[in-house]
Design a protein around this ligand. Structure first.
Ligand code: HPA
Ligand SMILES: [Zn+2]
Length: 346
């Protein structure tokens, strides 16, 4: 990793905001702000059990992953039409562009929608159109990763994959999310093997709340290329060595970990430990509408709490490009822009 100049603590937030970066762990349904929920509900004739935006926001006090997921799936129930999916992704991509996110890989949860009678075509077309427009109008590249809900069955995941295959050109890979503990990666080994045959990229949430064993099986049985979260890996020295040696990226989400009580406070977060061990860690927002911050908030709050430096900032931004699924030429061009930002920053 190249060495960068030290930057005074009071100038670091500006550098963090200004540096170009990629976001690799954003659930697009988790970018649905209360204001948009309250705009979409009457548009679609959907009733929501909250009196106001403020009333809904007050309910965002989570104790663990499941307490969040219950409210996250309820929020997504206002999404019915292609335009709804477009509007949600458009709002996220506008915010991302403001944060100098130049490339984003968006997770989406089709089973949350198809279970309510919304077609796969509606979901994928709405999201994909927003990604295409963002490239043309905002200069940000964006692609889609289809996530299987791990609390549902293997059979349901296979059926979801079948339903999505007519739109194979509109998503680049698959992921695994929802309730982790009790739903280990091995439950989906055959689905992921099929996705590998199809040439799809593969990622999985592992080691968010679940044990390091889930990270091992995500690697060995699902053959994933990245681990989403993965922070529990810090408890297993052999796993840390494996992740470093194989350069398996971790898409870390500090504000999510804080809000879901994975760490008691940001100062106790193990991002520094992961970086010091030579892991390809990145910073991401996960579900920014629920966890109180988009990309730049994740960077600035984490750096303020843990005392990370300009060198860490460069490493994290560079890791985000290295860990992304963009083509090699684009990756080099984006790293060039990153270098220029650090070279010229005063
Ligand atoms: O952080 C998460 N973990 C698991 N599933 C999710 N679905 C949205 N966000 C998450
Ligand atoms: Zn996530």
């Amino acid at each position: 990793m190249r060495k960068v100049k030290p930057v005074a603590a009071d100038r670091l937030p500006e550098l963090l905001r200004r540096m170009p970066k990629a976001e690799l762990h954003i659930h697009i349904e988790g970018s649905l702000e209360p204001e948009l929920i309250f705009a979409l509900a009457p548009r679609n004739g959907v009733k929501i059990p909250y009196a106001s935006v403020e009333d809904l926001r007050r309910a965002y006090a989570f104790t663990n992953l499941q307490s969040f997921l219950d409210i996250y799936y309820a929020g997504a129930s206002v999404l019915l039409k292609e335009q709804d999916f477009y509007d949600m992704a458009r709002a996220y991509l506008l915010k991302a562009a403001q944060d100098n996110v130049v490339h984003a890989e968006l997770f989406f949860d089709p089973q949350t929608h198809t279970a309510r009678g919304v077609s796969m075509e509606t979901v994928i077309h709405g999201l994909h159109r927003a990604c295409a427009d963002a490239q043309a109008e905002l200069g940000i590249s964006a692609s889609l990763i289809l996530c299987f809900l791990r609390h549902l069955s293997e059979e349901d995941a296979f059926e979801t994959l079948e339903q999505a295959l007519p739109y194979r050109d509109k998503f680049i890979g698959v992921g695994l999310d929802s309730s982790e503990v009790g739903n280990p990666p091995e439950k989906f080994a055959r689905v992921f093997a099929r996705c590998r045959e199809l040439g799809l990229h593969r990622v999985a949430h592992a080691g968010e709340e679940g044990p390091p064993a889930y990270v091992w099986t995500a690697l060995d049985l699902l053959k994933v290329e990245r681990i989403d979260h993965g922070v529990q890996s810090g408890r297993d020295a052999a796993l840390m060595q494996r992740l470093a040696a194989d350069r398996i990226p971790l898409t870390v989400c500090p504000l999510s970990n804080l809000k879901l009580c994975v760490f008691p406070d940001l100062a106790s977060h193990n991002l520094r430990q992961l970086l010091d061990a030579g892991l390809v860690a990145t910073v991401n927002s996960d579900d920014p509408a629920y966890f109180g911050g988009y990309m730049n908030e994740n960077f600035t709050q984490t750096f303020a709490a843990t005392g990370l430096s300009s060198q860490h900032a460069y490493t994290l931004a560079r890791n985000s490009f290295a860990a992304s699924f963009i083509d090699a030429a684009t990756r080099q061009r984006l790293i060039g822009r990153l270098d220029e930002t650090f070279d010229t920053f005063q």
